[in-house]
Design a protein around this ligand. Sequence first.
Ligand code: ADP
Ligand code: MG
Length: 466
Amino acid sequence: MDYKNIWLTILTRLEPTISRGKFLTWFANTAVLGIEGSRLTLGVPTAFARDWLQSKYALKILQAAQEQNAALTEIEFAVDTILADGNDPRTVNLAVVFGKPGDKKVRKVAGTQEVAVTSSGIRSGLLNPRYTLANFVPGEENRLAHVAALSVARTPGQTYNPLVIYGGVGLGKTHLLSAIGHEVLTNNPNKVVVYLTAEMFMNEYIASVKRAKTDEFRRRYRDADVLLVDDVQFLAEKEQTQIEFFNVFNAVHSAGKQIVVTSDRAPHQLDGLMDRLKSRLTWGLVAEVEQPQYKSRLEILKLKAREHRAIIDPRALELIAERVTVGVRALEGVLTTVLAESDLLKCPPTLARIERLLGKISDTEQKVQPVSQLKTVAPEHNPDAIVALVAGKFGVSHDEMVSPSRRRDIASARAVAMLLLRDMFQMSFSAIGAKFSRDHATVMHAIEKARNTSELALQAATLREG
Ligand code: ADP
Ligand code: MG
């Protein structure tokens, strides 16, 4: 295989594990420049991209590369500014990586929201490529919703219409909804699948009113073969939009086209929704998704770990499945945190570390926490507090930290502080430099070195834990 094909294969593996926006940003104009023994050299267009890929994705890239070639143990990043031109023959066209059948043309619109343009010109939100039926773990808690989704996807408009999936936060409603869309398009790429949240529906409606284009708005949705509307509870109290939705619903339904709706509550409990709309929503099948049981939680974790291409002790997954009992998103959040930590420490997650992390979560009462909160468990953090904390741990003074001194302990403390400022506050290299009277390149270099020195990376991770 030539380098280009090797890189294409690796990118195809990576793509489902990275959000589309990040993937396009960081993997554009990259190329495999060479493979020598255990080392793969990856060419990147800028130093900035190199720094980012190295700190965020090096391990993932390596893992994906190892599936290709088990002998690889090292990824070297090399800046090749020619790649920045964009049409270098060594690079892979990223569109090919996403090029599954049924994918629609993607274009950017104002507000930088990515939308798909369906063949009939209707704007639809993009279906999340990770949310497929193959990636959905069925269980007692979602049996009916899952079976109904399969049935609707196979024969849209002919079985349960509308299908309403309802349940609490993070229980897989959006996942199932997108999965139906993917499945329909896989079976028949010519079908017009429109996915949007109730909020998007409202925004588009309001925009059409402003532009005096409501007729066009109405006509467009009627062209859908499958209309997927997420989080319909959003329409509560928004009367005008409800009337509009009611009309679209009737038009699509009476044309024998499929409608699937998700909601956080059962239709009859949707206060603030017009009675006639509530009643329409119960015409077909209403299926609840509930909290997953232990068995499903474990299956989901195994699946997510595979998606991350992570190597993780099965007992670690069991531990997380046992302890995190509320919501799939919370499960995923813990797993992501554990993996991020092991990535940073460059060692597999240990049961003891996971115990500690779980302990922290249950200490804070709330069992369900978004990842962003998990990641900032340590208190009162601001950049200056971090610098002071690091100085204290290393037994050097603040003045020494910001001095030109290159004494080993001082330089180490400084590098760890820089690393933490970068990772915790996403500060720019220049901003970090300003704190230590250093220039941008010096900071970048120091951080890179700290990351690659396991002793310092470990210090940083420990401090970060608070
Ligand atoms: P909701 O829309 O109900 O709030 P989502 O569909 O966004 O929840 O699901 C939250 C996360 O949990 C997603 O990453 C989704 O892939 C995952 N998830 C939920 N249920 C399942 C399941 N049964 N199998 C696999 N992943 C699931
Ligand atoms: Mg959702």
